[in-house]
Ligand binder design. Sequence first.
Ligand SMILES: Nc1ncnc2c1ncn2[C@@H]1O[C@H](COP(=O)(O)OP(=O)(O)OP(=O)(O)O)[C@@H](O)[C@H]1O
Ligand SMILES: [Mg+2]
Length: 234
Amino acid sequence: MERITSGIEELDPLLEGGYPKGKGILITGSTGSGKTIMGIHFLYSNCSSGKKGLLVLTRELLEDVLLQAKTLGMDLEPFIDSGMLVVENIFQSRIQEAMLSSRLGKGLELAEKDRVGRIKILSENADAVVLDSLAALSSLQKCPGNEPLSKFGLIYSVLAEHKCTSLFLMDESMHNRVHGFADNLVFGKIELKLKEDSASGKLSRSLSVTKMRATKSPPGNVLFELTSSGIRIK
Ligand SMILES: Nc1ncnc2c1ncn2[C@@H]1O[C@H](COP(=O)(O)OP(=O)(O)OP(=O)(O)O)[C@@H](O)[C@H]1O
Ligand SMILES: [Mg+2]
């Protein structure tokens, strides 16, 4: 099966060349574990080689993500300027819509309903998609039955139809709370872990590929560091 680079040099060989192309991968981890940075690697690397990227933000300011990317030597701004990377900031749109709706006295339901439609249009020509984060999106739209699965299922199928390779970033606590609803649907899952050594107080990070279809013996616990140039697998 065709692969697309993760943007993390040492991770690709562990995944038979990269993420399975055109598929959706769930990345979970606690706050600060490195989820957004994994997304930055993926977009930077693929946009650098001429692929089209889409970044969907649901709970962060774009400027914060761009600043983080820049400090790691992976400046995403030129790709946004050239149109190689499209950003849909649901978080910032929501703030604007909330202000507008309180001024006009109208509800927010329509704007919320249109989220999947927007992602559908924007992902049509995208190769590499990062949704940061899925947890926040789950609480945005009310779906029939109000189940997070149906909303995620909708977005997942839209991106799969467009053959986008997609990373769905999700906070661990949210993932546990909704009982891992997305695990069965996705093609692969990577768990990031952050551990504190009780004696030294030092943090150690590791990743585990707990599921990767079409991939022989995906790696178990792999230690990594967050350095000034991003994720470095030890
Ligand atoms: N230049 C750097 N050098 C070393 N470590 C860094 C650098 N920049 C960021 N980090 C580390 O990366 C962490 C942030 O990683 P990231 O934003 O990817 O986490 P996250 O899993 O997305 O967290 P959240 O769930 O809060 O969004 C910081 O807390 C810091 O420890
Ligand atoms: Mg993050």
